[in-house]
Design a protein around this ligand. Structure first.
Ligand code: 3HB
Length: 359
């Protein structure tokens, strides 16, 4: 039937880096491309919406492109260095903080610009953020670890924007090759977003002071009931669609799971033991997406590890890649698309981190 063939409003897939993001369906448009390559580039505006190359692949051949598509036509723009693309319901935006002696101030400026943008365009519900941080476990010029330096700037931006901690979205903060910080984010206009915490872990935004001057600003997951089109007060400018039906009430649900690691309470566990870290990470994901936690957050149902249809797995040491691949293959559905990247993790004692999307 038409319904079975009709693609979801917002979708994501992994492609070869060299592949054009040619639409598979007529009426599928590209909102953004996160190109995982050897060197940083962008963000810039192209026919494919916003393109950001994050330095995450040791060689040209190792990378892949994460392509965000929408069934609605896309418009693009730039606000104080934040490049963005929007479809009347979803906003994808990206920015970069170049190499610096310290990052807090520039990170604060960049996140302030991002929050201004979501407010001005009316895409108020941030639901997913990614931060790709060069030299993440090394010190800045003031001997503050660069991850902590980044967290300080980000938290200050949310604080000054009076953003409630309980509305923070799922995120990833992960190591990247080279220097500087690249970031991107997705927000929704009328989709219903529910941030989730994990009963096995203390909220990251309440981590104690010992992990840095400001706690990391993110939730463990965001559940989104995506709507096909903005409802209510849309104008021609913010609903740029000619070929989407005027009253498209389709919805689809997604659960966006943050970068998750071997942390129980607030402490890293199983230092130096890769298999145990992978198992604890998978247990953490199962706990945050499962029925009991979903019900505790007012959702109709939960998910299992086999409901994750896209995942990215970050592995600190290349020699652990085989073991991690094997454990992930056992845990996830055979048809899940899983990308593996050899990069550093936000705490020096963590060996692996996993993020994903469940449906
Ligand atoms: C973050 O600081 O945004 C973050 C870091 C992680 C995992 C998830 C989010 O290691």
């Amino acid at each position: 039937t038409d319904v079975a063939l009709s693609p979801d409003t917002l979708d994501v897939e992994f492609r070869e880096r060299t592949e054009e993001a040619a639409p598979d369906f007529p009426g599928v448009h590209t909102l953004g491309v996160v190109d995982h390559g050897p060197r940083p580039a962008g963000p810039s505006l192209t026919r494919r919406g916003v393109e950001l190359t994050v330095p995450m692949a040791a060689a040209e051949a190792d990378g892949f492109a994460e392509v965000w598509t929408t069934t609605r036509p896309v418009r693009t723009g730039c606000h104080r260095g934040i490049h963005y693309a929007y479809d009347g319901e979803h906003l994808f935006c990206a920015g970069r903080v170049p190499a610096a002696r310290s990052y807090a101030r520039r990170t604060e400026e960049a996140y302030t610009a991002l929050l201004e943008l979501t407010g001005e365009l009316g895409y108020h519900s941030l639901f997913r953020m990614w931060n790709f941080i060069g030299r993440i476990n090394e010190d800045n010029a003031d001997r503050l670890e660069i991850y902590r330096d980044f967290c300080l700037g980000r938290a200050t931006a949310f604080e000054k924007s009076r953003y409630p901690l309980r509305r923070l979205s799922a995120a990833t903060g992960i190591g990247a090759l080279g220097e500087g910080i690249s970031f991107c984010a997705l927000s929704a206009k009328s989709g219903i977003c529910t941030p989730l915490e994990n009963p096995r872990q203390i909220a990251a935004y309440h981590y104690p002071r010992r992990y840095g001057p400001k706690s990391p600003s993110f939730a463990r997951a965001t559940h989104v009931r995506h709507t096909a089109a903005g409802t209510g007060t849309g104008t021609a400018e913010d609903a740029p669609s000619q070929d989407a039906p005027a009253h498209d009430h389709r919805t689809h649900d997604r659960l966006y799971v943050s970068g998750t690691a071997s942390i129980v309470g607030h402490a890293s566990v199983h230092a130096g033991r890769i298999e145990e870290q992978v198992r604890t990470t998978l247990d953490n994901i199962a706990g945050v997406i499962g029925d009991a936690n979903a019900a505790a957050h007012g959702l109709a149902h939960g998910y299992r590890l086999t409901d994750l249809y896209r995942a990215k797995v970050y592995v600190r040491h290349a020699e652990h890649l085989d073991a991690v691949r094997r454990l992930c293959a056992e845990a996830f559905a055979p048809e899940a698309e899983i990308a593996f990247l050899n990069v550093d993790i936000c705490r020096s004692d963590l060996l692996v981190e996993i993020e994903g999307i469940a449906r």
